[in-house]
Write a protein that binds this ligand. Sequence first.
Ligand code: GLA
Length: 524
Amino acid sequence: MKPGRMLLPLLLLAVAVGCTGGTDLTGKWVVEKALPLPAGPDGETPEGPPGGGPLMEAVFDLRQDGAALTGVLGTHMFDQPISDGTVEGDELAFVMKMEIGTQRMEIPFNGKVVDDKIELTVQVPGGMPPMTVLLKRATDEEILARAGTAPERIEPPEIQPLADDGLARTPPMGWNSWNCFHLDISDAMIREIADAMVESGMRDAGYVYLNIDDGWQGERDPDGVLHPNERFPDMKALGDYVHGLGLKLGIYSSPGHRTCGNQVGSFGHEEQDARMFAEWGIDYIKYDWCGAFRIYENHEMQAVYQKMGTILRETGRPIVYSLCQYGMEEVWKWGPDAGGHLWRTTGDIGDHWKSISEIGFNQHALAEFAGPGRWNDPDMLEVGNGGLTPTEDRTHMSLWSLLAAPLLAGNDLRSMSPETLEVLTNPEVIAINQDPLGRQARRVAQDGELEVWAKPLADGRVAAGLFNRGEEPASVTARWADLELAGKVGVRDAWAKKDLGAFADEFTAEVEPHGVVLVVLKGQ
Ligand code: GLA
């Protein structure tokens, strides 16, 4: 055969398989195993659970057409089409674009074909370490076992609004394990954090809830009892330890069969779990929708959350109930009726300025829904996690304080710097957050990237943040007319803990880029 004749079929073949060394990726793939997390900047491989948690039940239904890759990713949460898929040589890449509540996410996947398996790495937003899994072609049983993990629906209760139970009169303050540790948590670490909360002065500054997020769960036994995993040998003992230090203990679960991190959720075992939590001495629960996407329609959320709200009250233990469903279905309108004391208003926060500013400055319209016992939750603090500058840390803390947001620190308290501690524990800033009137700040003036937010306080004073979201230093002015103040007004700088004097009509401050001047104003 002439060389030219040979070339055409070869070319066609190459186009057909997209040059994946002969592999056509079309078909269904499941996770064979999670691969160890990549080494960190220090060259050390992180300890704790290997990556892959949220992907372990996933089915990747891929279709390759030359260099183009399309398909659907089915997880414990939902079926999601993939976008922007490409195959080049033995490398593949695609993106999962999702909208959950107010959050738009683009999650990139990158893979490599090795011996008819795929090593796939995903970077989940929110600062989790990248996860790498090994995919293999799935048998029919494996597909059924995974796709079939969504349990049979249980009818949610009729809507019956719950009354205010008197808890959480001011925004809850504490610490949560997720932002810094993700699924890599243990009893030993939680005890160390508890000690650090006391020794650092965080507890005395008001941070009393020590909240364990996703990653504590093991499996259910034949009686339906959910056991913690081996990293949490004795939850009751942990509760006793935490209470002995004058702290309170929080836990995490889901109304779904699986949590976001693909751990066991409370679906179908709500009473059993709630009773067990109460026996352990749990004082706070974060209840995260996630797996419930597979079971219920979004409009059923109120009923589903009310179910756990009712059960928690029936335990007889005062348990703060935190709804985590990323601000869907206007939760601020029905959260209290479902028994909730706080509810997330957004998707997951990230440890960078874009996330902090987009979430924080977007809360204006929700102010009217906050008050004692019912708080909008723009997600936990990233202060001290390294992704924000010291100025941005102060802006984050100032804005969350003005918003009457729950103050749940998310940094490693065992090793925080004195500067981080100072940002988290300034008593005048915390007093703004914890003010008994419980009002959430509103934006009262805006001039491009300069914004003034104001929060009325119980004693008639007004806390105001003069924010500069821009990239250059700027003068920001708070006008008394915008703040329902008049004449001479005393101005106190909350961060500097200093009276600045009395000013007529307005107050102007020089504010650094991404910075704030946080003041408390007192009419004469
Ligand atoms: C969701 C929540 C996070 C965290 C994780 C745990 O993403 O929004 O705050 O609880 O689940 O898997």
